[in-house]
Write a protein that binds this ligand. Structure first.
Ligand code: ATP
Ligand code: MG
Length: 403
């Protein structure tokens, strides 16, 4: 197959836009006689005029060889082996071309349902192109020859704004159902449409997402919601009936939660734009809150133990789909438990307002208002209290007691 080859100039792309680290890796690989390219988001986003999140490299150099060439590197992954090359400010993923062909040995494993369990058979660039997920993700850029290489008409799809699977969508989704989440992620990020041809296949196989390793699903959810496109992602997931699969115990798609989530995600996306930190714990605390809220009857009677058990249960059930790392589950529980302390105003409130996770808990209280408008008085009081000096705090506590 002959690819379309474009000059970088055509798209206003040049090597200065790459990270120095990625550029230096490509240079070294090429000096040692290998082919090496920027592939995926690193070139896709540049052509679109966006700042790439990271720069992935594809090469015909094999992992062990890459390891030898770069002291600061390590091989990671079993299912899909690749090399992380580490710099003080960046990790560059360097991936060896795959052939996608089953050699009937350990390096490639496909189960009866067509799912790829292991994909470590090395191949040529031409083969590598066709095992990638979408046409817009299979564009290669050589910053030294200044060429952009496109085998799958990815450039055309970037222009016409389509997420198009390479090959038959049904087969590609069967190979890896997580690709459904990836399609949604890129559609949400770029404001593209997923090709019509893929919709029946998505519908047919979407439940298989639940069989995928929870660690991968967690990573995808985090990317869907923490990279500035959470509102779009949420709407697309809802439209395609995938929210229920990712959050089977929480009916996030209920109409009455619409504004709650819309507000929360607009906030999240705004924070992302302002380069503020986004905590995955806060995200999951928000996503799972309606369930905790409904099950614990937090407003009618404050039963600390029941509330704690509900919280723990909701998190535990979610873990079977998406493995939320422990450091975040403890954060989520704290943020939820602290909601009770907003109701129990007293002397201890002074220490509470200085505690480690108070700020997050307070931000969460603000988000709750959408579902529980009656919180307004409490929110106003705490807003004043948290910034007040000690004397003012005492006064506020006294006035609260009188009421
Ligand atoms: P991002 O901007 O989020 O990094 P990306 O397109 O670079 O987007 P990565 O997850 O970094 O996505 O993966 C790099 C490239 O590897 C993709 O562009 C795609 O070509 C290929 N790829 C990644 N995951 C898969 C998958 N599950 N199936 C097929 N190809 C994949
Ligand atoms: Mg990438």
């Amino acid at each position: 197959m002959t690819p379309q080859i474009y000059s970088e100039k055509r798209f206003g792309v040049n090597s200065d836009q790459l990270s120095i680290n990625a550029l230096s890796i490509i240079e070294k690989l090429q000096k040692n006689g290998f082919d090496a390219y920027i592939v995926g988001g690193g070139i896709r986003d540049l052509i679109k005029g966006l700042q790439p999140k990271d720069f992935d490299i594809a090469t015909n150099c094999q992992p062990n060889e890459i390891r030898k060439l770069f002291k600061n590197s390590r091989i990671i992954g079993r299912r899909f082996q690749l090399v992380h090359i580490t710099f003080p400010n960046e990790i560059v993923e360097t991936t060896t071309f795959r052939s996608g062909k089953d050699k009937n040995d350990d390096s490639m494993q496909i189960n009866d349902g067509g799912r790829i369990l292991r994909d470590n058979v090395w191949g040529t660039q031409e083969e590598d192109v066709f095992r990638r997920d979408f046409t817009i993700n299979s564009i290669y850029y050589d910053p030294f020859s200044k060429e952009i290489i496109d085998y799958t008409a990815g450039i055309k799809d970037l222009k016409s704004r389509v997420i198009r699977f390479i090959g038959d969508p049904e087969q590609r989704i069967k190979e890896d159902p997580v690709r459904i989440l990836r399609a949604i992620r890129f559609a949400a990020k770029l404001n593209f449409k997923i090709e019509k041809r893929a919709l029946p296949a998505i519908k047919k196989y979407k439940t298989q997402i639940a069989d995928m390793p929870p660690s991968r699903v967690y990573e995808e959810i985090a990317k869907l919601f923490l990279l500035g496109n959470s509102e779009n992602s949420f709407n697309l997931l809802k439209e395609l009936g995938i929210l229920q699969i990712l959050f089977p115990h929480t009916d996030l798609a209920k109409k009455k939660y619409d504004t709650f989530f819309t507000n929360a995600f607009r906030d999240t996306d705004e924070r992302y734009k302002q380069n503020k930190k986004l905590n995955p714990g806060f995200l999951f605390a928000t996503l799972l809150w309606p369930k905790v809220f409904e099950e614990s009857e937090i407003e009618t009677k404050i039963n600390f133990r029941k509330f704690y058990q509900t919280s723990a249960n909701v998190i535990r059930r979610q873990q079977s789909i998406a493995a939320i790392p422990r450091r975040f589950t403890s954060f989520i529980k704290d943020v939820w438990m602290y909601q009770i302390r907003f109701n129990k105003v007293g002397k201890k409130s002074i220490n509470f307002a200085q505690s480690l996770r108070f700020r997050a808990a307070y931000d969460f209280l603000l988000i709750r208002k959408q579902l529980e408008p009656e919180l307004e008085d409490s929110i106003n009081w705490w807003t004043e209290f948290k910034t007040a000096n000690y004397d003012k705090k005492i006064k506020l506590l006294k006035s609260k007691r009188k009421r």
